[in-house]
Design a protein around this ligand. Structure first.
Ligand code: CA
Ligand code: CA
Length: 276
């Protein structure tokens, strides 16, 4: 058994790129084949070839729309804060999202990415906005700007009634401070699974675009909790980028630019556009 090395077909610059992140791949437990595959998705996403993934390239690569959830996920993975993901940031970003285990997923994850902090709450207005973003039942327009099927079928829908009904349901799970906290959110999401559908879609798309689906990530998913040692019950990308970097002897919050491509440095952040 002497199959060819998974790195055999790579260009020298790609091999160098991969080697630079060896400690990171080792720490996260990627085998040779998986690390090449993940790097290949990075190089494919990077349409303009500047060795950085812009938000636009990220959305196109994963195949998702620009909603608040995807935007926050991208921003928190950008440890160096320059508006793009370097290979190191991208590896952590995809590992973090594609290996989330079923019991942490999706309402806890979704909540964290909407609030940015698991101890803070979501205002009722924001909750209504999220419900509308997910379904369009309050405004009659979904996140893609399409009218609901009801309207297309010529049925008259009273959206103010929908809003009142949802507002009542949200108030029921809100805390004394008038905000919806993690516990209330999870309760609401249990009865309204459509709210978190986009986290499931996002993970599915992301897994497919990287290691060929959930199956390709299984091995790494089973190692996740052992690696995190239960210390970080819920992890945001920015904390994770810092935490993992420290364990790999690399500071990803300062970025790891490719010095041999100096002309791209000035423009690296200019492709970053977020539509709400
Ligand atoms: Ca790029
Ligand atoms: Ca960055």
């Amino acid at each position: 058994m002497c199959g060819s090395s998974p790195e055999g077909d790579l260009l020298p610059v790609q091999r160098k790129d991969l080697l630079e992140h060896k400690a990171l791949f080792d720490f996260l437990g990627f085998n040779g084949k998986e690390r090449v595959r993940l790097c290949e998705s990075f190089w494919n996403f990077d349409r303009d070839g500047n060795m950085e993934i812009s938000f636009r390239e990220f959305r196109k690569g994963v195949g998702v729309s620009a909603n608040r959830y995807v935007k926050n996920h991208f921003l928190r993975s950008d440890g160096s804060d320059d508006g793009t993901l370097s290979l190191g940031e991208y590896v952590i970003c995809s590992w973090n999202f594609c290996t989330i285990e079923p019991h942490d997923f999706p309402s806890h994850t979704y909540f964290g990415y909407v609030t940015g902090d698991e101890d803070s709450g979501i205002n009722i207005d924001t909750m209504l906005h999220l419900v509308d973003e997910a379904t369009g039942i309050l405004s009659g327009t979904n996140e893609f700007g399409n009218k609901e099927m009801n309207l297309a079928a010529g049925n008259v829908v009273d959206h103010s009634k929908n809003r009142e009904r949802e507002e009542r349901a949200i108030k029921k799970v809100a805390s004394a401070d008038g905000k919806v906290h993690m516990k209330g959110f999870v309760e609401y999401a249990k009865k309204h699974p459509f709210l978190v559908m986009k986290t499931i879609n996002f993970q599915t798309n992301f897994q497919e675009a990287t290691l060929g689906g959930a199956k390709g990530w299984n091995r790494l998913t089973s190692k996740r909790s052992e690696l995190l040692k239960g210390k970080l019950k819920f992890i945001h990308g920015d904390k994770l980028v810092e935490w993992i970097g420290k364990r790999c002897g690399k500071d990803y919050t300062k970025g790891d630019k490719h010095k041999e491509l100096p002309t791209q440095e000035d423009t690296a952040g200019s492709n970053y556009v977020v539509r709400e």
